[in-house]
Design a protein around this ligand. Structure first.
Ligand SMILES: Nc1ncnc2c1ncn2[C@@H]1O[C@H](COP(=O)(O)OP(=O)(O)OP(=O)(O)O)[C@@H](O)[C@H]1O
Length: 840
């Protein structure tokens, strides 16, 4: 339409929307002009002044009328030409747009037929049929001509026309049936061919089971693709066919036309040789056909050439495909190789960790044999609000190394590496910390003495490790609670073999004074420390010794301890960090079959902050506290140094702290120190001195730890000795009586001995006993009957009741136990028979 009417190219956009298309057609101007091109003079009067007429309302109405004229004239003319037509309302909203399009396409087809010479019969759809123009007749339609002239025709000619019409309509219906059949056949043929081609072309369909659903979707896809192809190729097919008609020949007979098509198809078929993707009608050129017809030998050459090229292409394609497959296979092989390699590495790394762990355990065993103090270092995380701080901990190795970076120093001094048994980073949980401590704690039940103490500057996390931040949450419990819980659990599981009793003491050392933290009467008495006495295994015998049998008992006691400490705290300002707290767990066990006695002791020590006085800038009471702390910690340092140098004199007595820990540091105990560091930059000085101290501690060798176990055999030997002694004494008494002397009874001559199965007299107290038995308990748990002392009074033991005769030694309830334990301070010397004789 744009080509045929210049006005249309202005008002009708190149690719109009449906709305734009109808708006351009509504005034009928384009349609009339186009129709006059197709059939000159078809519309005699065309209204053509749209812009001027919209100037006023009156003008607009007038122009609407004129436009209506245009549309009416167009529709009448089209109807007269016996072409497809439509209603004016079809151009409005809701009208039948397909009728408008049909009309225009019909007009177009008619025009093209006319342009091609108007030969033969032209048909459009099943409704329009127009016969060729008679020579010399004006370029108007036969249909319309005959319609115009029909009025003047005679009746016979009318009759002929009716017959002709009937004949034509029957011809049309036959043709239509034939066309429908041909189309159906073609569709079957093409449909199946299409499906065939699809199945051959689509890769991967071999693996796909062809069920009804797959066939449906394949068919749908084939039909869709084919429809798209028909639409896109349809126009070009039309042009190609018209070219055949239009060419040099001008017009062809039906047979010639069909022959030309067949010839073209044959050529294309041989060219395409099965490659359907190249089979495209639009590639066909009339010239080529004609050239081919006239010059078939040249054509064969071209075909040969093309076929060769095609073969080459096929070969390259196959080769490329093979190469791609090869590369794919190589990649797969390489990937599986890499996978295997990664798996090997994983295995290697896991066995590396295993070996590392084994090494660590072996190392710990060697350390145990040497009696080296075990040192674990724990790094406190940055606290809330300090998260952006620069950490002085540069690196933590898996083998117990820690590297401290000092940004204030250069060169060698900028980085220092320290080695310990283990270093725990900031993200380590309380559970993990205890897991490494557990074996040590458990050995208490086998009769070992164990000491675990926490060292580090104020705020570095000592209390966090030993007690935990929150008593109410089991997850955050520190070593103290976990250790006791563990001891209870194991003692329960061993219940059939060993009978255990567990008791605890809790003291603090504040300003070089030892205070009982488990007192219930609020007394604040100074307590003495007894070393080497091993009276009941209690180093501070005056401190309350409370039996515990469950974790709840421990929690209750801890609360009492904390309360007693807190009392001090209000008076003395954050006392907790200014005093050393010592929780001592005593474990007594008796093997039910052998009768052996196990006696273990666990010290859990939370030391006061280790910072220097000058740094804390303390004055007054604080200064005094700091001086005491410093003194006790430096006494600890001196003890450590003396032990490290294996010096003959170790200055334990220089502080209460070292006195309490004497058995753990110098005896045959297992000792573990948790050294804590604060990663903040302003603590770097303290951090370095703390770690240096800890390294010195880790170098001390105490000698292999020894279990405090007294076997049944030893006890039997002791019984025997005691029986022999008694028999000897009886003999001596008899001799004396015979000599006519004394009337003193045997009972009177006996001196009271300690009643505890765990009692060990001070050095030299029983000098006349054989050396190997002089340090051993001289009484027997099985004969725990109290013996009368010189004053004739009965004394009672505060030891676990299960080891004493219950009839003669009732269990002493808390808090009377404390008083009872005090009784044992009285040193009772037991002279030998020789001594008795000498005295006499
Ligand atoms: N491993 C840790 N994870 C999380 N917070 C910690 C850790 N260690 C310590 N803290 C926190 O750091 C603060 C100081 O810890 P803590 O009181 O245990 O230090 P301290 O060395 O016992 O101090 P003081 O010498 O004054 O008794 C507390 O708020 C504690 O909760």
């Amino acid at each position: 339409m744009r080509q045929m009417d210049k006005g249309a190219s202005r008002t009708l956009p190149k690719e109009p929307s449906e709305e734009e298309f109808y708006r351009a057609l509504r005034n009928g101007l384009i349609l009339c002009n186009v129709l006059n091109k197709v059939n000159p003079g078809a519309v005699l009067k065309v209204v053509d002044n749209p812009i001027l007429t919209v100037q006023s309302t009156e003008g607009a109405a007038q122009s609407a009328i004129q436009y209506f004229e245009n549309m009416r004239n167009f529709l009448v003319a089209v109807k007269d030409m016996k072409l497809l037509t439509f209603e004016a309302s079809d151009l409005e909203k809701g009208g039948s747009s397909s009728k408008v399009v049909d009309c225009i396409l019909c007009l177009k087809g008619y025009y093209e037929w006319k342009q091609a010479g108007g030969i033969g019969v032209w048909r459009y759809g099943g409704l329009v049929k127009i016969e060729s123009f008679q020579k010399g007749s004006p370029s108007s339609l036969v249909g319309s001509e005959s319609a115009d002239e029909s009025v003047d025709e005679s009746e016979s000619s009318q009759h002929e026309q009716v017959l002709e019409c009937l004949h034509l309509s029957s011809e049309v219906s036959i043709e239509e049936t034939k066309t429908a059949n041909a189309l159906a056949f073609l569709f079957d043929h093409f449909g199946l061919r299409l499906l065939q081609a699809y199945l051959q072309e689509i890769n991967g369909v071999e693996e796909l089971p062809l069920n009804g659903m797959v066939i449906d979707s394949l068919l749908r896809k084939a039909v869709k693709d084919f429809s798209a192809l028909l639409v896109s190729q349809g126009t070009q097919l039309g042009l190609f066919l018209k070219k055949i008609l239009k060419g040099d020949v001008g017009s062809l007979s039906k047979n010639e036309f069909l022959e030309a098509i067949s010839q073209y198809l044959r050529q294309r078929a041989s060219l395409a040789s099965g490659d359907f993707s190249r089979f495209c009608i639009c590639g066909g050129e009339r010239e080529t056909i004609q050239h081919t017809v006239s010059n078939s030998s040249g054509h064969e050459e071209v075909i040969d050439l093309h076929q060769k090229q095609l073969e080459d292409l096929r070969f390259y394609y196959k080769e490329t495909r093979r190469q791609v497959k090869q590369i794919q296979a190589d990649w797969e092989e390489e990937a599986s190789g890499l996978e295997q390699h990664i798996r090997d590495l994983e295995v290697a790394s896991s066995s590396y960790h295993q070996v590392l762990e084994e090494n660590r355990q072996l190392y710990n065993q060697v350390q145990d044999l040497k009696g080296t103090i075990r040192v674990y270092c724990r790094v406190r995380p940055f606290l809330r609000g300090q998260s952006n701080g620069q950490s002085t901990v540069d690196y933590i190795g898996e083998n117990g190394n820690i590297m401290i970076a000092n940004p204030l120093k250069n060169g060698k001094e900028a980085r220092k590496v320290f080695s310990f048994n283990k270093v725990f980073g900031t993200n380590v949980t309380q559970d993990q910390i205890y897991a490494d401590t557990q074996p040590l704690v458990r050995s208490v039940l086998d009769g070992y003495n164990v000491c675990i103490f926490a060292y580090g500057q104020t705020g570095s996390g000592k209390t966090y490790t030993m007690s935990g931040p929150d008593l109410t949450s089991e997850q955050t419990w520190g070593v103290n609670y976990r250790a006791l819980r563990d001891l209870f659990q194991i003692s329960k599981t061993r219940g059939d073999v060993i009978k255990y009793e567990v008791g605890v003491q809790m003291v603090e050392i504040y300003n070089e004074q030892v205070r009982d933290l488990l007192v219930s009467d609020g007394s604040n008495r100074r307590l003495d420390i007894r070393n080497n006495s091993q009276l009941n295994g209690l180093n501070v015998p005056d401190a309350s010794w409370i039996p515990v049998s469950s974790t709840q008992d421990v929690l209750d006691l801890m609360r009492i301890g904390q309360r007693n400490r807190a009392v001090g705290a209000t008076a003395l300002n954050e006392r907790s960090s200014r005093s050393h707290s010592v929780l001592t767990v005593h474990v007594y066990g008796k093997e039910l079959v052998s009768g052996s006695i196990l006696k273990g002791c666990l010290h859990l020590v939370d030391l006061a902050g280790s910072e220097r006085v000058d740094k804390s800038e303390a004055v007054g009471e604080r200064l005094k506290e700091s001086q005491h702390i410093n003194r006790s910690l430096s006494a600890l340092g001196d003890v450590i140094s003396a032990l490290a140098q294996k010096s003959p004199h170790v200055p334990y007595r220089n502080s209460k702290l070292t006195q309490i820990l004497q058995d753990s540091l110098g005896g045959h105990a297992k000792t573990l120190m948790f050294v804590h560091i604060n990663p903040e930059l302003n603590s770097i000085g303290e951090t370095i001195s703390t770690l240096k101290f800890a390294e010195r501690v880790s170098s001390i060798e105490l000698g292999a730890a020894r279990s405090n176990k007294e076997t049944g055999e030893i006890r039997d030997l002791k019984d025997e000795i005691s029986n022999l002694k008694e028999a000897l004494e009886r003999k001596e008494t008899e001799i004396e009586q015979i000599k006519g002397g004394s009337t003193r009874s045997t009972a009177e001559s006996q001196r009271t001995r300690a009643v505890s199965p765990f009692y060990v007299p001070r050095h030299g107290a029983s000098a006349n006993l054989k050396p190997e038995t002089s340090h051993r308990p001289i009484d027997d748990a099985r004969t725990s009957e109290t013996r009368s002392c010189s004053s004739g009074k009965q004394r009672r033991s505060s030891f676990p009741s299960s080891f004493t005769d219950k009839e003669t030694l009732p269990r002493i309830p808390f808090p009377r136990r404390r008083e009872a334990s005090r009784l044992h301070q009285t040193q009772i010397t037991i002279p030998s028979c020789e001594e008795i004789n000498l005295n006499r």
